[in-house]
Design a protein around this ligand. Sequence first.
Ligand code: PMP
Length: 444
Amino acid sequence: RSRFSQSRALTERARGLYPAGVTRVSVGTVPIGKRNDGLSIYAHAGEGARIQDADGNSYVDFHSNFSTLIHGHRHPETVGAIASQLERGTCFGNPTVADIDLAQAICERIPAIERVRFLNSGTEAVMFAIKAARAMTNRTRLAKLEGAFHGTYDWAEVSARNCPENWGADFPNSNPPYSNTPPNVCEEVVVLPLNDTQRSRTIIEQHRSDLACIIVDVLPCAAGMIPLNPDYLAMLQDTARQHGILLISDEVVCFRLGYHGASAARGLEPDFVTLGKVVGGGLPIGVVGGRSATMEAFAPQDSAPVPQGGTFSANALTMAAGRAALTALTVSEIERIDELGNYLRQQAEESAAQAGIAITVQGAGSLFRFHSKQARPLSYREAYHDVAESEALRRLHAGMLERGFYVAAPFWGSISTSMTILHVDDFLDAFRACLREIPDLKRL
Ligand code: PMP
């Protein structure tokens, strides 16, 4: 019996049910064994910082469902809140106290959010922020950064993949996200070069009279998790304001960078903020919030410029879980996991340098992304991994899995409050073992 025999059997079963054998593109097969082995590791249970797979193997979970579970698995207060709501029902055709309570917690916490609406995913949050911006500006186009992922609303996913075809000779291209994307989708999206202040300003100004919004993630994971420079963010803010373009801060992942959210932590004053992941306490959620004036796009109820509904939007179970998770995410806990993140990034880079291996780590706070690069990439193009660099990361990812550490592909993750420095030190020990034992990592 191999170490992954149950997962192998389940992977086989899934092949007859799902296209490509997986039910979301992002949770594909893991790079264990031969290159295209096609193994999915099936989860059985999770508790705190650890998960157990279908074969009983245990991992420290730095994946946390793409950074969603900021308190780890089965966080006691969150589980308690879900259990207590479960006694009374999961969803209603009525509002509940639970939704008011979470709305209030969010409005009190995030300065840019005076009014809020609940949805079921980050994708929906971004979609409604864009629709609202269009309605409030009487314009249709949007600007986004090359390589940044904002979910799968057509316009939001233009040029969301880091590939040379997106780069373009003069400007980043507006590349179609899927086969046969209607051409006008791409025409409606202006793509900005990440951290290139001069060129981005020029591009925005060229399109100033028809841009409804600029959407920005201050730490765009898919673009390499390169922190956006303060002067770049200031330019986006100022240029948007000057031309009546609304600014959307997408904090589906980066909300955790500060108690008051990422925009407050980075000095942005966005017109809309989108949230997801963490604020649902492990259940599906999306949030669009913003200034009272711009959130008027969703009012009045009977004839709003942007009608917004959703059968499961603000369902009581998610609302209860989200409130518990948010309450437990205190200033001191954020500071603590941020320090662990700093420590992980710094120590991993030092160990790689000492071992003569080209690995650097981007990210901020409790988020990290490994690159098979000699220097930390500071631009989108620098973050692009060629075949050899991708293969090196793949081996490293596999090596960490085999040593009991679960991260997201190609190699990123986050610290949860269920972790201590011991988890991080164990992760670093496994990483150092990988540096010693895995052949063909890229050398300095
Ligand atoms: N925005 C960002 C920045 C994201 O990272 C994601 C998903 N990881 C989304 C939006 C979409 O969220 P969801 O998967 O909940 O639709």
